[in-house]
Write a protein that binds this ligand. Sequence first.
Ligand SMILES: Nc1ncnc2c1ncn2[C@@H]1O[C@H](COP(=O)(O)OP(=O)(O)OP(=O)(O)O)[C@@H](O)[C@H]1O
Ligand SMILES: [Mg+2]
Length: 306
Amino acid sequence: MARRKTRLILCSGKGGVGKSTVASAIATYFAEKGKRTLIVSSDPVQALSRIFGKKIGDQIARVGANLEALEIDVDKIAKKVEIEYKKLFVNAVASWLDEQTAKSLPLEILSGVNELLALDRIRSLVESGKYDVVVWDTAPTAHTLRLLGLSKRMSEVFTKRFGWIYKLIHPLQTLKSVIIGRKPKLLAGLESLGKTVTRVEQMLADPKTELILVLNPEKLSIFEGKQLREAAETHGITVKRAVINKMLLPCKCKFCSMKRREQEENLKIIKKEYSDLKLLMMPYLPYEILSKEKVKEYAHKLFSED
Ligand SMILES: Nc1ncnc2c1ncn2[C@@H]1O[C@H](COP(=O)(O)OP(=O)(O)OP(=O)(O)O)[C@@H](O)[C@H]1O
Ligand SMILES: [Mg+2]
C-alpha cells in the first residue's frame, strides 16, 4: 500500500483546556506555511464556527487562504445508521428469533456505528490527497477515549466468526441468497462495517498520525492527559508534543501569585511525567480567542520557537 502523505493531527484533552483554540492555531500555522490544510471537528458543539466567525457546519467551508473547515454532524450520521443498519437487523430478526438468541445478539455494537462512520469520513478526507495536513479538534477526553476504544471493541466483534448472523436470518432468506449467489444483506452490511473498522485503525496507527495533548497546568487535566496518551499509544498513535495552555504570567496580586505557585508545582509534575515530549508553553491571555486574527496571534506565540 502507498505511504500516506497527509499528516493527521489530533488535538485532545480535558473539556475546556483549549483544544479547539490549539487546533485552530495549528491549522492556521500550516495554512500560513502554504500547506493545504483542513480543520475538522467531530464535536457536536460547533466551536469552529465561533472561532473562525463563519457558519461552517457539515459541508467543507473555506475559512482562509489554504485553510478549509468542517464540523461533522454526528446526528445526521446517526439518522443514516438508524435507517440503514437497524433496518437490516430488524428485517433479519422480525418474526423469527427465539428470545434467548435475540438476547445474545451483540446489538450494542450498533450504538457506536455513527461514531465509526464519522471517523471513516475523516479517514476518507485524510486519504483524499486533497490536503497536506488535517487537524482534528476532538471532543473532550471521555468521548475521545470512547471513540478510540470503539474500533477496538468493534474489531473484536467483527473478527469473531459471523455464525450468529445466520441464526438471525430465516432459512428461506438464506436459501434464496444461496440460490442467487449473494450474501445475506445483514452479513454483507456487517462485513462492510468490519472493513471500515480496519481502515480506521490503520489511519490511526499510520506514522503520519499524531496526537497532541492539550493540557492546563492543573492536576485533573494532567490526569486525563495520561489516560489519553495511554489510549492513543494502544492504537499506535504517536504522541510527541503537548501544549501547556493557560499559564498565568507573573502578577503581584495575591490571587495570581497563589495560582501561579500552584501552576508552577503542576508544571513540575508535567515536566516529570512527560519528560519525553516536546512541551509548548502558552500563556493565559487576557481575552478569548474568538476571531481569525486572534487565532493568528495565538499561533505566532505558540510557534515562536519554530
Ligand atoms: N491561552 C488562552 N488564553 C486565554 N483564553 C484562552 C486560552 N486558550 C483558550 N482560551 C479560551 O478558553 C475557552 C475554551 O477554549 P476552547 O474552546 O479552545 O477549549 P476546548 O478544550 O476546545 O473546550 P471543549 O472541551 O468545550 O471543546 C475559550 O473561550 C477560549 O477562547
Ligand atoms: Mg472544543
